[in-house]
Design a protein around this ligand. Structure first.
Ligand SMILES: Nc1ncnc2c1ncn2[C@@H]1O[C@H](COP(=O)(O)OP(=O)(O)OP(=O)(O)O)[C@@H](O)[C@H]1O
Ligand SMILES: [Mg+2]
Length: 300
């Protein structure tokens, strides 16, 4: 059973005077499997926030089908989703502790102080629990936002740009936290511009461009399909002309460097080198990074 299934999703925003329309998402398709971390990528205005708001029930689609947890009621779906909005705005006069208690009560639960403390600690806010939110930095607001999304013990965590506004240490901590809650069994869907972060923690990614899902897949597959080239270091070969059949070569004293762009040729050349009594010192495939892939998809 998929946690999220979206088909032919269309969202048209109408201006208050109905004169102007803008398209939020157009014929969007998305499947998120149970237990995975899914990363939603796309340039500004691609439709990421629109998609996430429709999933959480904050926005009504113009048309299309959204099935959550195999088809539960919208009310049950809301109870099972934790959401961190793009630019969270919380009551400024509350302390971190009070805010979390308040959000917990919205789920109809009253949490014990120790539980709240544990949650605040897990997002790195232990020192600031009694500080008012008006005194929180952007990174701290982001952290309390994640704590708020987790307080109802949701099955699905939806995070809109959870890593924005965090310093490198904060980003690392947040990524660890996302992976931790995922290990506990929560499915995570998040959007991000920071491709290396997506690369580090997602199983699957989807690339949205101009409201459409241009590509989805396992990261390993998306990136594997585009091995750029392989660099092979060879030793113990006297005659090297024949190597040119396989790619570009360069000789430095005893070592020959070969760069090949073809996986089959790579396997063949390794065999031939060994057959001729040579030695392979190293063989390193250079892959397209997610960033390169993303830019290519955007430009297509
Ligand atoms: N409230 C709104 N009224 C009118 N148009 C909107 C509204 N919200 C979003 N849009 C339009 O819908 C499209 C998708 O916007 P959305 O906010 O979903 O993109 P996004 O991928 O989250 O972008 P970003 O990376 O900047 O957060 C954009 O063209 C945007 O202008
Ligand atoms: Mg957005």
């Amino acid at each position: 059973m998929n946690v999220i299934e979206i088909k032919n999703l269309l969202k048209i925003y109408k201006s208050p005077f109905m004169r102007r329309e803008s398209i939020g998402v157009n014929n969007l398709v998305l499947e998120v499997y149970k237990g995975e971390i899914f990363g939603l990528l796309g340039p500004n205005g691609a439709g990421k926030t629109t998609t996430l708001k429709i999933i959480t029930g904050l926005l009504k689609p113009t048309s299309g089908k959204v099935t959550l947890f195999g088809g539960v009621s919208p009310k049950e779906a809301r109870e099972r989703i934790g959401f961190l909005p793009e630019n969270p705005v919380f009551y400024q006069h509350l302390t971190g502790m009070e805010l979390l208690k308040f959000y917990g009560s919205l789920y109809g639960k009253s949490h014990r102080r120790e539980e709240l403390l544990k949650r605040l600690q897990s997002v790195g806010l232990k020192e600031s629990i009694d500080k008012r939110l008006s005194g929180y930095s952007k990174g701290m607001v982001q952290r309390i936002g994640i704590a708020q999304a987790l307080i109802g013990d949701p099955d699905l965590l939806v995070l809109d740009e959870p890593l924005s506004g965090l310093d490198p240490i904060g980003r690392k901590e947040m990524k660890d936290l996302i992976q931790e809650v995922n290990k506990e069994g929560k499915t995570v869907l998040f959007s991000s511009h920071i491709l290396s972060d997506v690369e580090a923690i997602c199983n699957r990614v989807g690339i949205i461009i101009e409201g459409r899902m241009k590509k989805t897949g396992y990261l390993s597959e998306i990136l594997k399909s585009d091995i750029h080239y392989t660099d092979i270091e060879i030793e113990g070969i006297k005659e090297i002309e024949w190597l040119k059949r396989y790619g570009g070569i360069k000789r430095e004293e005893r070592i020959v460097y070969l760069r090949t762009r073809d996986e089959k040729k790579r396997d063949e050349v390794i065999k031939e080198v060994i057959g001729r009594g040579g030695r392979i010192i190293s063989c390193v495939p250079y892959r397209e990074s997610l960033e390169e892939h993303f830019m290519k998809t955007v430009n297509e």
